[in-house]
Design a protein around this ligand. Structure first.
Ligand SMILES: [Ca+2]
Length: 286
């Protein structure tokens, strides 16, 4: 219900934005006779995210966050945890990195995602110059390890998978492109999605409703939206800050609930507490 409300708001803003974008572009086009009139509407809806609540969580829940059926999933460097809606832990897997991957130097799980019953975990080894990291897959209900695959990227702070089976990640912690993989075809690399601007220190991402929502540990703990829709692909919007700018922003989930549209993990500057910062996304200025 709330999700539908959020979508309605977004669509309404798109319509308003398209209307104003057309008139602005029409005005611009009259100032030059050498350009053809621009009739496409590529303006993105202006959205902003504001903090509505903070929830202190178990300090081990400090890397990744994902919505799952009936609750939440969290990740730690070498642990996976499931909770119910009230954040009571229902299952854990510690250690979570299979011995075969540990033997190859992999030691860090980043921001996770859950899609179609599978928990996806980005796995790093610390020598970023090697140019390879890994993606692991677990049963999202039992946390049983299913499979893993090496991927050609230098770092791997996050992975998120859309309903069609396209996985998104980034080559480095920051940059101006999202890597894409075809999960069903052995994680075959697809053409990267070029973004309209570079974003620094990306720590998490979640694909939801035509966009990839990014959390960062940049200068203002910013949250960003990367459009995936035709005509606006790669357009980046800065949505706002999660606050706690002296702390460390980590994983994100973008599944709307009754309380919030975005949730971002934030590690306090003193290492504890760890908070889920809940944000509501609304048209900018509202
Ligand atoms: Ca996530």
């Amino acid at each position: 219900m709330v999700s539908r409300g959020f979508i309605t708001v977004v669509l309404a803003v798109v319509l308003v934005s398209c209307a104003s974008g057309s008139s602005n572009r029409a005005t611009t086009s009259t100032s030059t006779t050498t350009r053809a009139p621009v009739t496409t509407t590529t303006a993105a809806p202006a959205l902003s995210a504001r903090v509505v609540k903070e929830v202190v969580v178990d300090p081990v829940y400090r890397q990744g966050l994902a919505r799952r059926d009936g609750g939440w999933a969290f990740s730690f460097n070498d642990g996976l945890f499931l909770t119910d809606d009230a954040l009571h832990q229902t299952k854990k897997l510690v250690p979570a990195i299979p011995a075969e991957w540990k033997a190859r130097g992999f030691d860090h799980i980043g921001d996770i995602d859950v899609a179609d019953g599978v928990l996806y975990a980005p796995l790093e080894q610390p020598n970023y110059k090697l140019g390879h990291q890994a993606m692991l897959m677990y049963d999202a209900t039992t946390l049983a390890y299913r499979a893993g695959v090496e991927v050609p990227q230098h770092e791997a702070s996050f992975v998120t998978v859309d309903p069609s089976g396209i996985a998104y990640s980034m080559d480095h912690f920051g940059g101006a492109a999202l890597l894409r993989y075809d999960v069903a075809n052995g994680w075959r690399p697809l053409a990267p999605l070029e973004m309209s601007r570079s974003i620094a220190r990306v720590q998490g991402a979640d694909v939801y409703h035509g966009a990839v929502w990014l959390s960062t540990d940049d200068a203002h703990e910013g949250v960003y939206r990367v459009d995936l829709r035709r005509g606006r692909q790669g357009q980046v919007q800065s949505l706002g800050s999660i606050g706690h700018v002296d702390g460390e922003g980590e994983g994100i989930d973008a599944t709307p609930t009754a309380n919030a549209d975005l949730r971002v993990l934030s590690i306090d500057a003193k290492a504890v507490p760890v908070r889920i910062v809940e944000l509501r996304v609304t048209p900018a200025g509202h």
